[in-house]
Write a protein that binds this ligand. Structure first.
Ligand code: GMT
Length: 375
């Protein structure tokens, strides 16, 4: 198949999933064309089956806002025609499903009919898409997709509750390539980050308010009072500076390392003992899954789709959003006993394997085949 994938190329989970999916499809000998404004961060080197087409938006002083959807849909029309693309897979409804719909319409005028698969990722539904400014366009583009998928059962239910949806929504969970992770990295170099007696606690996110970074720091503050520990904060975003200030005020500046955005997530997770994800909302929690496949237990909130990934008492523990005391106690209960920690590490890995790429990518391929038959 010739497939065009539209996604955000940045460090967000939706872009990561779209990129990993494209790489997996290319390995299955499909031709994959990424169409976005920058080469996706996890794409690495291109290969003969992977192509990247950059969307550029020419600046024009008349426009207060540059029209990205227009540039994207024009680029898609040209790419589809030039490379005989058979199917569009757009990740994140805003504005990708909307631009995808326009692309389909423009191509239909020329007698070219291609199906569009839209994958809903989370904030496109629960936070941004639900805003009255966007809602009619998001509802329209979901209803006019040929196939709609959501990354968790919880996100499917949220979508049906928040929007007037007339399409069936297929749940296709996010995935990880467990085999690649196991073989690609062996040397942990834990000693670079912490003393032998210290446990390493990690948080990875885009540091948006929805991630409750303040809770991450407070949980760690409680942990380090009982157990020698370091906190690794990976990622960047608006809550980073306030978090650094919070660490100063709590007197734990020396125990917390802010690493910024990183492409070496597996390296960091390799020497981590516990992962914290106390998010306000989370449709899935890809970062938690990435931790789990690296045998890192997860202390998380029970928001959205997290309970579908982090299994309470097996791969870690779940608490109510904002219950920092409970999350702290549960963290300590895992970290203070090596046998308990080992049991949770194994539990995390076993649960993560349910989301292995080999179980999930065929679900997308089957949906593509259905979509192609329908046009
Ligand atoms: O979490 C974010 O703010 C980034 C966002 C994205 O679009 O990249 O993540 C969403 O999609 C991920 C991949 O499907 C999910 O794992 C995240 O749970 C989801 N985030 C939220 O729902 C807040």
């Amino acid at each position: 198949m010739n497939i065009a994938i539209v996604c955000y190329p940045t460090f967000g989970g939706s872009g990561v999933v779209a990129t990993e999916l494209g790489i997996a499809l290319a390995k299955l000998n499909h031709q994959v064309h990424f169409v976005t404004y920058k080469q996706p961060v996890r794409l690495g080197l291109l290969n003969p089956n992977i192509h990247f087409h950059e969307v550029t938006v020419p600046e024009y002083p008349l426009f207060q806002y540059q029209p990205y959807e227009l540039a994207l849909s024009s680029k898609l029309v040209n790419t589809v025609k030039k490379y005989n693309i058979e199917l569009l897979h757009v990740h994140y409804a805003i504005p990708h499903a909307y631009a995808g719909y326009m692309t389909k319409e423009m191509l239909a005028e020329e007698g070219i009919h291609i199906p569009m698969v839209t994958t809903l990722h989370g904030t496109d539904i629960t936070l941004v898409g639900n805003h009255p400014f966007y809602k009619p366009a998001v509802t329209f583009s979901i209803n006019n997709s040929d196939i709609v998928t959501s990354v968790s059962q919880s996100l499917k239910e949220d979508t049906l509750r928040l929007f007037d949806i007339k399409k069936n929504i297929e749940v296709v969970p996010n995935f990880i390539d467990a085999k690649q992770r196991k073989t690609s990295f062996t040397d942990c170099q834990r000693e670079l980050m912490a003393a032998p007696e210290e446990k390493i606690v990690t948080h990875i996110s885009n540091f948006r308010p929805v991630k409750r970074i303040v809770d991450v720091i407070e949980i760690f503050y409680n942990i380090q009072k009982k157990i020698p520990a370091k906190l690794l904060m990976v990622g960047d975003g608006p809550e980073r500076a306030p978090a650094e200030q919070q660490c100063k005020e709590l007197g734990i500046k020396d125990k917390v390392v802010f690493l910024g955005n990183s492409n070496e997530i597996d390296k960091i997770l390799c020497f981590s003992d516990l992962f914290l994800l106390p998010s306000e909302r989370e449709s899935f929690g890809l970062a938690a899954l990435e931790a789990m496949v690296n045998k890192v237990p997860v202390i998380s909130s029970n928001a959205g789709g997290i309970p579908e990934v982090n299994i309470d008492g097996v791969s870690g523990y779940l608490s109510n959003v904002g219950d920092v005391k409970d999350m702290s106690q549960k963290s300590i209960s895992i970290l203070q006993n090596d046998d308990t920690l080992e049991k949770f590490k194994e539990g995390a890995y076993k649960e993560a394997m349910k989301f292995d790429i080999n179980n999930i990518v065929p679900m997308y391929v089957e949906l593509y085949e259905h979509a192609l038959l329908a046009v």
